[in-house]
Design a protein around this ligand. Structure first.
Ligand code: HEM
Length: 405
């Protein structure tokens, strides 16, 4: 297959907006990713996205942001701080897992630590499956492990969650309860529109299984990595700029800006891939033939000096926001597949949403970093962070932290 690589901010932006460039990064990870929102194209994508978009409204995010998220974060960070040490990856995954399980529609009836650990195990395994294209080890072995985990997840979590929702949907149909009593989650929406997913029930059931597994990991994996990179960038930045540590705690908008700067430097995947479904001209002098793989180098585009300045490769939260360009660059994607959880995790900014706290969303990642800093988090001097060598994605595998308060 012929390939071209786009490395400037504006070329990547043009490519994200082209409807005839089709998602191509997740074919290797089909065990989780086949026919999920991120891999659908055209009308199929549009109708699934329309169904699920209703769960991702700003009013809902605001409600989560002001009540649920601070509580979920406190439940993870406070015991860790009391214990004096923690690992950023574990905190990030667990704090966001509760939220993504809620949004996906995965019930946890026991509410025990053992149950959370079981779900955490599934979440990590599904993430390995989704990112198989970047796996450095034996891909068939990963595929096998993911398939086994998917079957166990189905039996332990998904089927009971489906049974509860089907019974509620039946009660709505018979008029025993009204629609407002239904859970507002992806699983409920998909079950209510099951016959639109596929002609035969087994195919529809398999699509639902993968979509829920995908959502579970899409939310928590990207968030945990973004959070860990933000902690790393900030703890390094504070060494030279100690006054900004206080500012982060006093000014949530500054905290948010720091996270956006870190997100720019560390996109969840360093590349996005698309395949051209027809011949096209992306811009003058840049023709793309049908069947070409278009590699969008997000890492390079997010460090484009023509857009972000000569020090674009450095972390600098005081960088002025480039005209018409979000501070996080392309890290939440763009065009039809733009991240559905963008405002939930990254928050709204005064120029892209309401400035007053009553309507403003701070975002999961800024809130989580804020909670860690409030407890005096610093790098564990005896246990340095380690990189994840099972993936070509530049992420940490461990990031030990100690707390001063
Ligand atoms: C810091 C955290 C996050 C980052 C960096 C991130 C990044 C991204 C990116 C880059 C894409 C587009 C990929 C592409 O075009 O190939 C995407 C899509 C998506 N993200 Fe996120 N994401 C984050 C958090 C979340 C959360 C919290 C959720 C859900 C609760 C979520 C759900 C999704 C979904 C469902 C899509 C597919 C959208 C579609 O295809 O229409 N993400 N994300």
């Amino acid at each position: 297959m012929s390939e071209i690589t786009l490395t400037t901010y504006h070329d990547v932006q043009r490519a994200f907006r082209r409807k005839s460039l089709k998602q191509a990064l997740y074919d290797e990870g089909g065990v989780i990713m086949r026919d999920v929102l991120l891999t659908l194209h055209g009308d199929a994508h549009r109708s699934r996205r329309r169904l699920e978009n209703r769960l991702f409204r700003r009013e809902t995010f605001h409600l989560y942001d002001s009540e649920l998220i601070p509580r979920l974060i406190a439940e993870e960070v406070e015991p860790a701080a009391a214990n004096g040490r923690a690992d950023c990856l574990g905190i990030g995954h667990r704090a966001t897992l509760h939220l993504t399980a809620l949004i996906a529609g995965v019930d946890r009836p026991a509410g025990t630590a053992a149950e959370t650990e079981r779900l955490y195990h599934f979440d990590l395994t599904f993430s390995e499956g989704a990112t198989l294209v970047h796996a450095t080890g034996n891909r068939d072995a990963v595929r096998q492990r993911v398939a086994t985990a998917l079957a166990a997840f189905d039996e332990e979590f998904l089927q009971p969650s489906i049974a509860r929702r089907r019974s509620l949907l039946r009660e709505v149909r018979t008029g025993t309860i009204d629609e407002a009593s239904l859970s507002k989650d992806v699983l409920t929406v998909l079950l209510a529109h099951e016959s639109d997913l596929a002609d035969d029930p087994d195919t529809a059931a398999a699509i639902i299984r993968r979509e829920i597994a995908f959502f579970l990991q899409a939310g928590s994996h990207s968030s945990a990595n973004a959070f860990t990179h933000a902690m790393d960038d900030l703890l390094t930045w504070f060494e030279e700029h100690p006054q900004d540590r206080r500012r982060c705690l006093d000014d949530p908008l500054f905290m948010q800006r720091c996270v956006h700067e870190s997100l720019r430097l560390h996109p969840a995947s360093p590349v996005a891939w698309r395949v051209a479904t027809e011949d096209m001209v992306l811009r003058e002098g840049l023709a793309v033939a049908q069947g070409t793989r278009v590699i969008m180098d997000l890492m390079a585009a997010n460090r484009d000096p023509d857009v972000f300045g000569p020090d674009a490769a450095e972390f600098n939260p005081h960088r002025p926001e480039p005209e018409g360009v979000p501070r996080w660059g392309h890290s939440f994607g763009g065009g039809m597949h733009v991240c559905i959880g963008m405002e939930l995790d990254g928050g709204t900014t005064p120029d892209r949403g309401a400035a007053d706290r009553a309507h403003h969303v701070i975002g999961v990642v800024p809130q989580l970093v804020g909670a860690m800093l409030a407890h005096g988090a610093r790098r564990d001097p005896d246990h340095p962070p380690g990189w994840d060598d099972t993936s070509a994605r530049p992420n940490f595998a461990t990031y030990p932290i100690v707390f001063d308060q």
